[in-house]
Design a protein around this ligand. Sequence first.
Ligand SMILES: CC(C)(C)CCc1c(C(=O)O)[nH]c(=O)[nH]c1=O
Length: 310
Amino acid sequence: IDLSVSWLGLEMKSPLYNASGVMCRSVEDLEAMRASSAGALITKSCTLEPREGNPEPRYFATKLGTINSMGLPNYGYQYYLDYAQNYDYANNKPLFISISGMTLADNLAIIKAFHERELPCILEVNLSCPNLPGKPQLGYDLPAAQNALEKICEFYDRPFGVKLPPYFDVSHFDQAAEVFNRFDLLKYVTCINSVGNGLVIDVDAESVVIKPKDGLGGIGGDYVLPTSLANVREFVRRLPGKQVVGCGGVKSGAEAFMHILAGAITVQVGSCLYEEGVGAFDRIAQELKDLMAAKGYSKLDDFRGKLKTL
Ligand SMILES: CC(C)(C)CCc1c(C(=O)O)[nH]c(=O)[nH]c1=O
């Protein structure tokens, strides 16, 4: 059974890696990812300056998933640029760098800094990054997203990706795809980021479970699987010549299989990785292999994008 993936001019031995934000803030985290059986690794979204992030508790897990309002805690882009400059690309799994500047100017400055060093790492722009105060996140302000992508593509001349929030209206899939299809160097989209502004309530305490935003936070885990699968399938249909990375609700071989059946090129693990640790990559990969063997598949292309409709 072959789980390898070849895309973006990269080779991955496994389609599984971390969702940005999980096990990727510090060099220790990144080295644990690099030493794991994950097929790649991606850094925590970085900003121009280091950030402490929001007051704790800012993360909470339930039986059905997670809620977080971390607030972009990261060591600043230079920390990740240093890691990317010292990374041994020839002898290691692919490295992705997530960018989430607090302003467009910050995003452009960070991307320019990476561009100047012509490193093999692939940039992923987090479109859930903050927009002007009072305006929706970039991913939900498509004219602003288009403007940002235009400014990036004025100078950035290498393949890159974007991390997308979930969309819920078919017209939004159409409108978002219309923007993304304007940019040839935008080679992939990652669907999805956490489902925004959920609220988890603790009945015993009669309280919210995280401190920021009076308890509102991004939702991940089992809660979001149908939404993530829909976003993967709908963007695969609408973005010819681009790839879609599946992210959301992956906790076993079955969900990884679903994402690939829906058309995902690779599959990210977030909530489950946070709760289980890097052993999740070995377990999920084995479960995926067992499922493929039971179905008579020997490689991912045997079933990628072949979801049947009725
Ligand atoms: C939500 C933002 C803080 C604007 C971006 C960073 C981020 C965070 C975070 O750092 O709170 N959490 C997520 O689930 N997804 C994200 O993209």
